[in-house]
Design a protein around this ligand. Structure first.
Ligand SMILES: O=C(O)CCC(=O)C(=O)O
Ligand SMILES: [Fe+2]
Length: 193
């Protein structure tokens, strides 16, 4: 992708009708939790709704601190199959983000928790309203570039992306609802580096 060799975008990974119906079903079926959390005795509000689903036995510090691990629904399993089939990669967990409107966002971060290992491949499926995804090199202040994530697109974050770059989905005026699913492979404790 222009501006970032560690990102590639598969536009139209799912067609519009499929993406639209998946967005509606997920929005209804996910049993979204409240976005107020207490971590280490401090309350905070997450600026979006989230659910975390993983294979049995998977332990992830991020989810431990914040989220209950849920099983895979039939719908989520089906999406995992499709993404795995397309990329020829295995995933054992998915973080589902629901941006209710343009006020919901995710700030600058890398998905570089140690449970993902040194070479984390992360596949990110977007459904619903398009949102801008920005990226910058670690240690730099300004975005180096951005990409519009449209419904049905699959953004592939190559391993180097989490190592060298940060990303965010900023607030936007008058934005509509969007759901994003990031498929991850959480490594068992013994092989964490
Ligand atoms: O919503 C997106 O496109 C990105 C979500 C994200 O960065 C994450 O879940 O770690
Ligand atoms: Fe992320």
């Amino acid at each position: 992708m222009p501006g970032c060799p560690a990102l590639s975008l598969l536009r139209g990974f799912l067609d519009d009708a499929t993406s639209d119906s998946l967005y509606r079903r997920l929005r209804q079926e996910q049993a979204w939790p409240d976005n107020h959390y207490e971590v280490f005795g401090r309350r905070f509000t997450l600026p979006r709704l989230q659910t975390w689903h993983a294979d049995a036995g998977i332990v992830y510090s991020y989810s431990d601190n914040l989220l209950v691990t849920r099983p895979w629904s039939a719908l989520l399993s089906d999406l995992r199959q499709r993404v795995q089939g397309r990329l020829g990669a295995a995933f054992n967990a998915v973080l589902v983000n629901y941006y209710r409107d343009g006020d919901d966002y995710v700030g600058w971060h890398s998905d570089d928790e140690r449970e993902l290992g040194a070479q984390p491949l992360i596949a990110s499926l977007s459904l619903g309203a398009p949102r801008e995804f920005q990226f910058r090199r670690k240690g730099e202040g300004a975005a180096a570039g951005s990409v519009l994530l449209e419904s049905g697109s699959l953004l592939v974050m190559e391993p180097a992306f989490q190592h060298d770059w940060q990303h965010c989905v900023p607030r936007v005026a008058a934005g509509e609802g969007r759901i994003n699913l990031t498929f991850r492979l959480v490594l068992p404790p013994l092989v964490q580096g």
